[in-house]
Design a protein around this ligand. Structure first.
Ligand code: HEC
Length: 164
């Protein structure tokens, strides 16, 4: 019984959540305001939906990535990530435990700034976004018409909620 909270916290308190924290700070220390600022780039989406999305913020359950991104992300995962990772590390309970309550931006930023280990930042923002889309797909979030954006501020507005 002792483990649950502590271990999770320790795991999350390491490099990963540290990065997520940094991401929050970078994002202006107030994720709430981000939607109002609007996605600066990379999201051709939500032209009229801005207001609706701005209020509550979107979630990753809203069809915020495309099937195309998923298949590109899967390929990247196979080529790059699978050297060190198995998909089970990033799905089911383990994914939920670590990421629900954070944002797609946290996930993106963690991967983009730390991975692949030994050569972080070596993929393009589009590739990292595709990998994130793939991981979301793995966890049962639906694909949609709108590609997952590549800008951190737009991604930070997408909360990772429980998969539908
Ligand atoms: C060379 C080996 C290597 C490669 C390649 C690699 N990783 Fe990692 N990854 C690691 C190690 C080791 C850790 C654990 C680091 C830690 O916990 O401090 C890690 C941690 C992570 C985490 C955090 C796990 C958590 O606690 O939720 C994520 C997410 C992740 N990797 C995703 C990726 C993705 C996506 C790719 C491909 C783009 C990738 N990694 C490629 C070695 C690698």
């Amino acid at each position: 019984m002792k483990a649950d909270g502590t271990e999770r916290r320790r795991r999350a308190g390491g490099s990963v959540a540290g990065t997520a924290m940094l991401a929050w700070l970078f994002a202006g220390g107030a994720g709430v305001w981000l939607p109002a600022a609007g996605p600066p780039e990379g999201s051709g989406a939500a032209p009229a939906g801005g207001a609706a999305r701005g209020q509550a913020g979107g979630t990753v359950a809203d069809g915020v990535f495309t099937a195309d991104q998923v298949s590109r992300g899967e390929q990247t995962f196979r080529e790059v990530c699978s050297a060190c990772h198995d998909t089970v590390e990033f799905s089911g309970g383990r994914f939920r435990f670590t990421w629900v309550g954070l944002t797609a931006g946290d996930l993106f930023d963690t991967i983009a700034t730390l991975m692949p280990e030994g050569d972080p930042g070596s993929l393009s923002p589009a590739q990292y976004a595709s990998v994130v889309a793939y991981l979301l797909d793995l966890n049962g979030y639906p694909a949609g018409e709108t590609p997952l954006p590549t800008s951190l501020s737009a991604l930070q507005a997408l909360e990772i909620v429980e998969a539908p």
